[in-house]
Design a protein around this ligand. Sequence first.
Ligand SMILES: NC(=O)c1ccc[n+]([C@@H]2O[C@H](COP(=O)([O-])OP(=O)(O)OC[C@H]3O[C@@H](n4cnc5c(N)ncnc54)[C@H](OP(=O)(O)O)[C@@H]3O)[C@@H](O)[C@H]2O)c1
Length: 277
Amino acid sequence: MITGATGGIGRATALGLAALGADVAITGRDVARTEQARRDIQSAGSGTVHAFVADLSSQAEVRRLAEEVLARLPRLDVLINNVGGYWNTRQVTVDGLEHTFALNHLAPFLLTNLLLDRLEQSAPSRVVTVSSNAQALGRIDFDDLQGERGYSGARAYNQSKLANVLFTYELARKLTGISVTANALHPGVVNTGFGATDPAPIQRLFVPLARPFMKSPAQGATTSIRLASAPELASVSGRFFANGKPVRSSPRSYDETDAARLWQVSAELVGLSPSSG
Ligand SMILES: NC(=O)c1ccc[n+]([C@@H]2O[C@H](COP(=O)([O-])OP(=O)(O)OC[C@H]3O[C@@H](n4cnc5c(N)ncnc54)[C@H](OP(=O)(O)O)[C@@H]3O)[C@@H](O)[C@H]2O)c1
């Protein structure tokens, strides 16, 4: 299952996995775009394509999505947490949370936890979370996680992508001894709709010039596809990948105290027990 498969890297990941013969489940937030993606992905492979619609910036929607997935999919071999975005100005979700933190970190945190039993029942299985090299610039500001005192789009994005890696490593530690792996990745700099709704001024200026030099969505999807499907990675867990290979993530991402604290704070913010996972 791939979240955010109506466009960009997620769509290319779903197309690639379908072409490998996988049964694929996708999520989108718009009914028509999701149905169009389902049809396109269906014609790329011979497996079944299930489509789910949910706005993952809303916790109620994440919970409804998880319920529908549990009702419709008797097994779940791979969950790819792909949805993510950038907002230059501070925006607030229906839950009253800062949008970047809610969508990029809390949504995959909650969805993964709600689907963990199904992943365990389907083991060996995998959780793959699309982070970014921006994690290297990130800091978790526990005193102002949601940019209430001061907001910068870059700071919020970098923090959320570091949170993806801290979450992945903490999840991998919690899953020790269970055949469910958890890895994170940087897809590369990819020519997608990323950040298009509320870009930073510098993005407005440079992204059009840089587009010809960026990876295509298909190229950007290769690490996600490899982490989801490569037999030799079946027992690799708690690693960060770029260009298909394991690489070290930022020193901060290995801070186990921060990872445990972030898990606890996140559990509180989504209404899960802190010992979940
Ligand atoms: N592009 C890059 O260079 C780059 C670099 C490093 C990391 N990444 C990461 O790669 C991941 C995918 O990014 P992308 O470049 O493929 O971005 P994208 O082209 O903007 O695609 C994002 C996908 O997420 C969906 N989405 C957005 N907001 C949503 C919401 N509230 N609820 C449900 N779905 C939502 C979009 O659906 P709609 O079709 O409805 O918009 C779309 O399917 C992100 O996590 C990003 O941080 C990207």
